[in-house]
Design a protein around this ligand. Structure first.
Ligand SMILES: Nc1ncnc2c1ncn2[C@@H]1O[C@H](COP(=O)(O)OP(=O)(O)OP(=O)(O)O)[C@@H](O)[C@H]1O
Ligand SMILES: [Mg+2]
Length: 326
């Protein structure tokens, strides 16, 4: 009898969705030991991410974005500082997080459904939990629009489908925090746009905190509540915004800038863009709050200004600057 009750309790777990987790980073640093000596990749990262928030991380190649994600996922440990989810420190193989990468990393000899099932919590693999596990896989396949491809192998589906399977496998862990490392980077432009809306649908259906590493500033501004711009601790730091409009669009280093004043034609908007000041020398160059509710209008003037400012922060000259330089 006890067995049945325990079995029933366990079998519901595979179907349960863990509530979104709040992530706190306090003075986080990571220094690698290399043949040429210690190399500080991340330093002084302080960040509070609300439960259910979507935070995008952008920054030049090699600045430590993936390192940051691995630290939050418990796949690596910080050399300094502390990372906690809901006030409990992150541990190795933390069950509260799940990671999806740029390549889907599916097992080619297993079907799409079997690959998704690999993400299920351990209890779903017991005899008692199997039915709940199967139901959960079916539900996730439906969520990512792959129910028709359940029995196909990864080699038989498109890149976008494989990436959707990879997302479903990550969600199968019932993560409170979903960590995405350039998940759409290998997809064609049109599929990528569709994946953005899919991610928003997933976030609405299964509210989870999302940290999204991306090279695509537009993607960051379309999806995220806040964009974290990291700087490289080696080599040149991102340029400070030059034009007055960009300074206002990104907020002053002291705190808040009103976007309406910066963008003619957007004066009616009352959004204020908050930028948290960060200590000089740390990895975080800026934190930009993205105004407006999702889904956002990709053509929005305010977002265009933010995009220009972020690109400038990444050291990419805008078209306007290029033409005035000559
Ligand atoms: N295990 C390691 N040992 C030594 N150095 C490492 C290790 N892992 C990462 N690094 C170094 O840390 C730096 C940051 O790496 P990371 O992968 O986090 O960068 P990134 O911002 O994700 O770059 P990209 O945009 O190209 O993916 C790089 O210079 C990398 O060589
Ligand atoms: Mg990376």
């Amino acid at each position: 009898m006890t067995l049945t009750v325990e079995g029933a309790a366990r079998s519901t777990r595979a179907a349960e969705v863990r509530p979104a987790g709040a992530v706190r980073l306090e003075g986080v640093s990571r220094t690698f030991t290399t043949r040429t000596g210690p190399r500080e990749v991340l330093g002084g990262v302080d960040l509070d991410i609300r439960a259910g928030e979507i935070v995008a991380v952008v920054g030049p190649s090699g600045c430590g974005k993936s390192t940051l994600l691995r630290l939050v996922g418990g796949l690596d440990r910080p050399t300094g500082g502390r990372i906690a989810i809901d006030d409990a420190e992150v541990s190795a193989t933390d069950e509260r997080t799940a990671v999806a990468f740029q390549e889907p990393r599916l097992l080619p000899w297993r079907t799409i459904a079997q690959n998704v099932a690999l993400g299920l919590p351990r209890d779903a693999k017991t005899r008692e939990g199997r039915t709940a596990g199967r139901d959960r896989v079916a539900e996730l396949l439906q969520l990512v629009g792959l129910e028709h491809a359940a029995d196909q192998r990864p080699g038989e589906v498109s890149g976008g489908m494989a990436q959707r399977a990879s997302l479903a496998r990550a969600l199968a862990r019932n993560p409170g925090v979903l960590l995405l490392d350039e998940p759409f980077g290998a997809l064609d432009a049109l599929t990528r746009l569709r994946m953005h809306d899919l991610l928003l649908d997933i976030h609405a259906a299964q509210p989870t905190t999302i940290i999204l590493v991306t090279h695509d500033v537009e993607e960051a501004l379309y999806l995220a509540d806040r964009v974290l711009l990291l700087r490289s601790l080696h080599g040149s730091a991102p340029a400070a915004p030059k034009s007055a409009a960009r300074v206002a669009a990104l907020g002053s280093s002291a705190g808040i800038g009103a976007i309406g004043a910066a963008a003619p034609g957007a004066v009616a908007r009352t959004h204020a863009v908050h930028e948290a000041p960060h200590r000089a020398g740390g990895s975080v160059a800026r934190v930009v709050t993205v105004p407006g509710a999702r889904p956002r209008d990709r053509a929005d003037r305010t977002l265009a200004d933010l995009r220009a400012g972020l690109l400038e922060g990444l050291g990419v000259p805008t078209h306007h600057q290029r033409s005035t330089e000559h």
